[in-house]
Structures are given as structure tokens and as C-alpha cells.
Design a binder for this molecule. Structure first.
Ligand SMILES: [Fe+2]
Ligand SMILES: [Fe+2]
Length: 589
């Protein structure tokens, strides 16, 4: 991809360097579905018990200053046994040697290794960025239980291999918990972290080659992260008043509207009441409740998230609504929303990316909605927050994005920070109500489409195979009669950021032809934290007319784009964090 395909406009060099450094560190390419695997329940129960004991007699400052010696006072012998043996378990049918590959840069040696009879060898295993010391122990046929990765949250968690003690034996491993694909063979070229498939082994000692390789994922480091800042606090604890009020769609935007909000756990029921603007005929709908439990959130561990779906609405109509609790008669402020038009072809929408729970994202959103014409809804192409499973980061996002979330629906896509380190997008999924597409190979609420007026929006998650997403997009694109077609995805398809040049061939190969065939108008992406837009591209080459090709956009934090559609005319405008117009395209069909 020659650079001259791309018009490159970006924020200050210093800003670029900072964000690129961050992007470098967090880059992952998940080429298949990373299952969110769970360890043996004993480990979770032990962690719960330890954390509950710690909360009973420590304030946040003390919790954040915990070291291993202090922590030991809160761990019972039973907890200790679970931590030493219930992290990774399996059965073997012949005597085996189990090797634990421990990252040499991890300061803490997990307490259980030596205690349970593992011995450090002189063997070393390497991948491109790390060296691992090999610890070994012999086990008889039967059960094997391995302990946790350490209390320090060290992100390059250990991985393991299993080989026969006796030459000629073939090891059969059964009842592997957590079971997550794939179990590989120990050899150079094998990957070890399923959330970083490109980090493959460069060196594996001869004596380990051919052993079964138990792959893992970096997120497992968090399962027992108690020392060194494992505990967090939220700046925005939940209360018994609704907040974080957010509109999304899980049905037809002409006739339905989902609304979500948060309370503390004292509030057990929720409802939304609404009416057409100017009418007294008020309706009420009960909300469903989900609990969000973030064990390490010291000042507000558990919160409630309510979802109400308003249905049977009239197209192109403005409604007023409140959310709250009918039994206590506690209600939020009054907000308005407007349903999608029945046959309209004139509307605007906003596009943001990589909001990363920053205040600048809230400023960008406010600026997008301060302009005329006002956007009807917002697309966000992933990395909504820094740490997808840390509720405090979502609390910041909602606080900084504020009221526009309650007035204009959001169409969010899952980015690598929202579904991080192989741990899944669990908290993301609880924050939004999204359409269920019921498509093979794509779990619910990950990918979805929204038809609004004369436009179709395909929202794609990371963490799902490129092939499955291609098949689903083909189904959607072949069936639509929309004039305008947009796809939203976190990773760029074309970018001029040097370090990403070779990362997205799969998307270009497998999606490009599809976008050409059905003439996708815009692919809207993020992730590199650097603004790029291509000229129209068809068959991998620049073309002169937008009638023949697709615009590929990579936006950046703090930027906001507005897209104004008027029948067969589209106007795309990108603003930098200072509100200055940085890019502008008009497309006529
Ligand atoms: Fe990002
Ligand atoms: Fe990203």
C-alpha cells in the first residue's frame, strides 16, 4: 500500500508519539474467537474470600499498598491450597513432566512453584519479546493442578507444556480447565497467548519439543492480582439515583428505543416512563436488571444496570422520557429522543473513535452535537475505554460523555481495549442493549446492523473471525436496498501508520472484494490514534470516483466526524480536537 494513497492529517507530533507508543503496547490481532475461559471455581471462591476479608479491615490506601507479606495475613490455608492448585487443572493417562514457562521479568516468583515441588531448570524458552525460565515437575498418571500466576498482575503470564516421562508414551490430556482452544505442540513458531497470536516462540529447547503446549492469555494475570495497585477506585460511584443514562437500539430505530442507566445495589427495580412530546398520554415500561461486579473496585464493587426497551413508537416522532423507580417514585431528569423517519433521506450522524474514557472525547461529542445540522446518533468505532473489564473506566466514559448519551443513540463497536487480553467484552455487553443477529460464529450483540432512513450501518467487533464477519456482511449487503452503506470496525483496513502496514491483509483480502461488489461507501475505523483517509479504493487500487470505490477512514482520539446525508448527496467533515476542519469530502450518487 503506497503512502500516496492516503491523505494524512494528524494531531501534534508529541500527541502522536504518546498515543502511538500506547497503541504499540496494546496491539493485538485476534484471528479467531477468544473464549472467555474460567478457572476452577475453587480459585474464584478463594479470591472472593480473600478480597472480602481485605475490604473488612483496610482502606483504599492500605489496599493499594499491599505487599505479599501483608497479604499473607488474609490468606487461609484453604485459600492457599486453591491458589496453588486450582488455576489450571487437567488429567493425564501416563507419567508426565510438566514445564512451567515463567517470564523472567516477573519480579514475584509464584509462591506455589517451589512449595509444590517444581524445580528451576537451566532451560530457556523465548519469543520475540520475552525470555522464559523453565520450571519442571514430574507427575504420576492422574490429576495435575497448577497454581496461579502471582499476585502482581504480571501481564505475560506463564504458559505450560506437558510431555511423557517415558520415551514412547503418548500423553492424553483430559478435563482441561480452563479449556480454551487451541492446545498446540511445543516448537518454534507456536504461539502461546491466544490474544496475541503473532507473538510466536523463537526458541524452544530440544527436550521440550513435541510436548503438548498449553496456550493461555495475558488477561489471566488479573485473576489473582492483589498487590501493586490491583485494587482500584471509581471517581463516580453509583447512587440510588439513576445516572449514566444511555440510548442504544436493539430494534427498529423507527419504532423502538432502548435506554440504559445505572444505580447502586439498593435499587432493585427500574422503569422508564415516556410520552409523545406535548401529549399527556404517558406509558411506562419495566426494565430488566443486570449486576456488574468488579471485585477489585474498592469503593463501589457492585452496581446495577437497568435496560428498558420502549417499543410501539411512531416513526419520526419526538418523545420525552424519564428513567427511575416506580415504587419509590424516584425519577431522572426529563430527556427527549426522536425516532427514525419512516421514509426520510435527510439526516446527519457523528462518528468518533478511541474515546478511551478521556475528557477530550466528551468535548468532541459535545462539539459534534453543538453544530447544525445536529447529528441523530453517534458511531464509536471501539476502544471506548482503556480497560474493558474495569468499571471505573466506564464510569469515566459516561461521566465525560454526559447528556448527549441520553438524547442521541450510540452505536458502539468493540475495540481491543473493550475486549482485552482475551478476557472478553463482558462489561461492554452489559453497558449497551444491541441487536441480536443470530448468526453462526458470531455471539450475540457483538456484530449488528442498523438501518436508519436511506442508510445501512454494519457494526463489526474485534475478536470474531474475519471469515464469519465477511459471511454476515454479505448476507446484510446482498439484502439491503439502502442508498448509503457504512461499516464500523476498530482496526484499520488501510493505514499509513508504518508499524501497522502488514497487520490487516486479512481484512483487505477477505472484505475488500465484498465491499467492491456491494459498493460500501465508507469504512470507518480507529485504533492507530492517527487520522488517515484514503481516496476511493476498488480492488486494492485508488480510483478517481467515489461511485467506483470505498473511502477507508481511520480517525483518532479527540477528533469528531459529522456525516450529512441529503438524498443522494453526502458530506463528510472531520474536525481535529481544536474543532478545526481537517478533512472534507462530498459524494454525489
Ligand atoms: Fe485506542
Ligand atoms: Fe485499539
Amino acid at each position: 500500500m503506497p503512502h500516496n494513497f492516503l491523505s494524512q492529517i494528524g494531531p501534534s507530533q508529541r500527541g502522536n508519539m504518546r498515543s502511538l507508543a500506547k497503541a504499540t503496547w496494546t496491539f493485538v490481532a485476534v484471528l479467531f474467537l477468544a473464549t472467555c475461559a474460567h478457572a476452577d471455581a475453587r480459585l474464584d471462591a478463594a479470591m472472593d474470600a480473600i478480597v472480602t476479608r481485605l475490604y473488612a479491615s483496610n482502606n483504599l490506601e492500605q489496599l493499594q499498598a499491599l505487599d505479599e507479606a501483608k497479604l499473607a495475613e488474609y490468606i487461609t490455608p484453604g485459600d492457599r491450597a486453591a491458589l496453588a492448585s486450582a488455576y489450571w487443572t487437567f488429567d493425564v493417562d501416563v507419567p508426565v513432566v510438566v514445564s512451567v514457562m515463567r517470564h523472567m521479568d516477573q519480579a514475584q516468583v509464584p509462591f506455589w512453584l517451589e512449595e509444590s515441588g517444581f524445580a528451576k531448570t537451566d532451560l530457556v524458552v523465548k519469543n520475540e519479546s520475552n525470555n522464559y525460565a523453565v520450571w519442571q515437575k514430574k507427575f504420576d498418571a492422574g490429576h495435575v493442578g497448577l497454581g496461579m500466576n502471582g499476585f502482581d498482575g504480571h501481564r505475560f503470564s506463564y504458559f505450560a507444556s506437558v510431555g511423557p516421562q517415558n520415551a514412547g508414551d503418548v500423553v492424553k490430556i483430559t478435563n482441561l480447565v480452563p479449556a480454551h482452544p487451541p492446545m498446540l505442540t511445543m516448537e518454534p513458531g507456536a504461539m502461546t497467548y491466544i490474544d496475541w497470536t503473532e507473538l510466536v516462540l523463537t526458541e524452544a529447547p530440544e527436550s521440550l519439543r513435541g510436548h503438548a503446549l498449553l496456550t493461555t492469555f495475558r488477561g489471566r494475570a488479573r485473576e489473582t492480582h492483589l498487590t501493586g495497585g490491583g485494587f482500584r477506585e471509581t471517581l463516580f460511584p453509583a447512587s440510588d439515583k439513576p445516572d449514566q443514562i444511555t440510548l442504544t437500539w436493539n430494534g427498529d430505530p423507527k419504532t423502538s428505543q432502548a435506554v440504559l442507566w445505572r444505580t447502586n445495589t439498593a435499587v432493585k427495580t427500574g422503569a422508564a416512563r415516556f410520552s409523545e412530546k406535548g401529549s399527556d398520554a404517558r406509558q411506562m415500561v419495566d426494565a430488566t436488571l443486570e449486576t456488574i461486579d468488579d471485585r477489585m473496585l474498592a469503593n463501589d464493587r457492585t452496581s446495577h444496570r437497568f435496560t428498558a426497551v420502549l417499543s410501539g413508537l411512531k416513526p419520526g416522532t419526538t418523545y420525552v422520557y424519564q428513567v427511575g423507580e416506580a415504587s419509590r417514585d424516584v425519577w431522572s431528569d426529563v430527556y427527549e429522543f426522536t425516532t427514525a423517519p419512516e421514509n426520510g433521506d435527510t439526516f446527519s450522524f457523528a462518528f468518533l473513535t478511541d474515546t478511551h474514557n478521556r475528557e477530550t472525547a466528551g468535548k468532541a461529542l459535545a462539539a459534534a452535537y453543538a453544530r447544525t445540522p445536529r447529528p441523530a446518533f453517534t458511531l464509536i468505532s471501539g476502544d471506548l475505554v482503556d480497560f474493558g473489564l474495569h468499571r471505573d473506566t466506564w464510569d469515566k466514559l459516561f461521566a465525560y460523555m454526559g447528556e448527549p448519551l441520553a438524547r442521541y443513540p450510540t452505536l458502539p463497536a468493540i475495540g481491543n481495549h473493550d475486549d482485552q487480553d482475551g478476557l472478553g467484552p463482558g462489561t461492554f455487553l452489559k453497558q449497551f442493549a444491541l441487536p441480536d443477529i443470530n448468526f453462526d460464529g458470531i455471539p450475540t450483540e457483538r456484530a449488528y446492523s442498523v438501518r436508519y432512513a436511506n442508510a445501512l450501518f454494519l457494526v463489526l467487533p474485534i475478536g470474531i473471525s474475519i471469515d464469519s464477519l465477511r459471511d454476515w456482511m454479505e448476507k446484510e449487503l446482498s439484502a439491503t436496498d439502502a442508498t448509503w452503506k457504512f461499516a464500523l470496525y476498530h482496526f484499520p483496513v488501510y493505514t499509513n501508520a508504518a508499524r501497522y502496514q502488514n497487520d490487516y491483509d486479512q481484512q483487505r483480502e477477505k472484505w475488500g472484494a465484498l465491499f467492491d461488489k456491494y459498493h460500501l461507501d465508507f469504512m470507518l475505523t480507529g485504533h492507530t490514534h492517527r487520522y488517515n483517509r484514503t481516496n476511493p479504493i476498488r480492488n486494492g487500487k485508488e480510483v478517481t470516483s467515489a461511485k467506483d470505490g470505498t473511502y477507508y477512514v481511520v480517525s483518532a482520539p479527540g477528533f469528531y466526524q459529522t456525516i450529512d446525508i441529503k438524498g443522494n448527496r453526502l458530506e463528510y467533515t472531520s474536525h481535529d480536537p481544536d474543532g478545526v476542519v481537517k478533512d472534507h469530502v462530498v459524494v454525489e450518487k
